[in-house]
Design a protein around this ligand. Structure first.
Ligand code: ATP
Ligand code: MG
Length: 199
């Protein structure tokens, strides 16, 4: 009986392996991937920065644009700038509280101008556009302008966009889309955002 079970298990696993091997063999294209990490759960920016770290660990060149600057010291920036990853952080005037349309739009456009130059830079392998989705949902940036720059980037260049409520057209353009669901967040239980874990 045990032997029969083992045999069946082996046969099933062999089938799974064959299917996976066939898929791996069929995936032969090497090119830049546009990835969107969205949803209400925690971990979007963390995943973006994790990929930047991964790229740097392979000797690749990466750059980061942060479209929302919190009042907090960013742990990833402290580390990654030290290993040569350039950061463009949206002007300090921008916070959730001000919501001053004119200054916010100007700040977004200034940061986007840097993103656009990086999206033409052949030497960059990966660009993280952290919290870009809000610039589109607030209409601080023109959707067509953003989509055009993403479409026309160097073919090998990877781009990661993070933020909630990603615009439908940006989702459609992306090659990989991950939505992080919020099952629970410690903040709801009164736990404050802590350095080294939340930022
Ligand atoms: P992280 O930077 O931790 O990966 P995130 O990028 O997924 O988070 P954002 O919406 O950018 O999420 O929020 C940034 C801050 O808000 C972080 O301090 C994070 O812990 C907190 N946060 C994220 N999701 C939630 C949530 N569902 N409820 C409360 N706070 C959250
Ligand atoms: Mg984030």
């Amino acid at each position: 009986m045990t032997d029969i079970k083992a045999e069946r298990h082996k046969a099933r696993q062999q089938k799974v392996k064959e299917a996976v091997d066939a898929k791996v063999a069929a995936a032969t294209i090497e090119r830049g991937v546009l990835m969107v990490i969205t949803g209400n759960g925690k971990g979007k920016s963390t995943a973006g920065f994790g990929t930047v770290t991964r790229a740097v660990g392979h000797g690749k060149k990466a750059a980061v644009v942060q479209f929302i600057k919190g009042g907090w010291d960013c742990g990833e920036r402290n580390l990654l700038e030290g290993v040569g990853v350039p950061f463009e952080v949206m002007a300090t005037g921008f916070t959730w509280e001000t919501q001053n349309r004119e200054t916010d739009t100007a700040a977004a456009e200034k940061a986007w101008a840097v993103a656009e130059t990086w999206l033409k830079d052949e030497s960059l392998d990966l660009i993280l556009l952290d919290e870009l989705t809000y610039m589109l949902s607030y209409h601080y940036l023109d959707l067509e302008r953003v989509l055009t720059a993403l479409k026309n980037r160097p073919p090998h260049q990877h781009v990661i966009v993070t933020g909630r409520n990603c615009h439908r057209q940006l989702l459609e353009l992306a090659d990989t889309v991950s939505e992080i669901e919020c099952v629970r967040h410690a903040f709801e239980a009164g736990v404050k955002a802590q350095p080294g874990f939340d930022f």
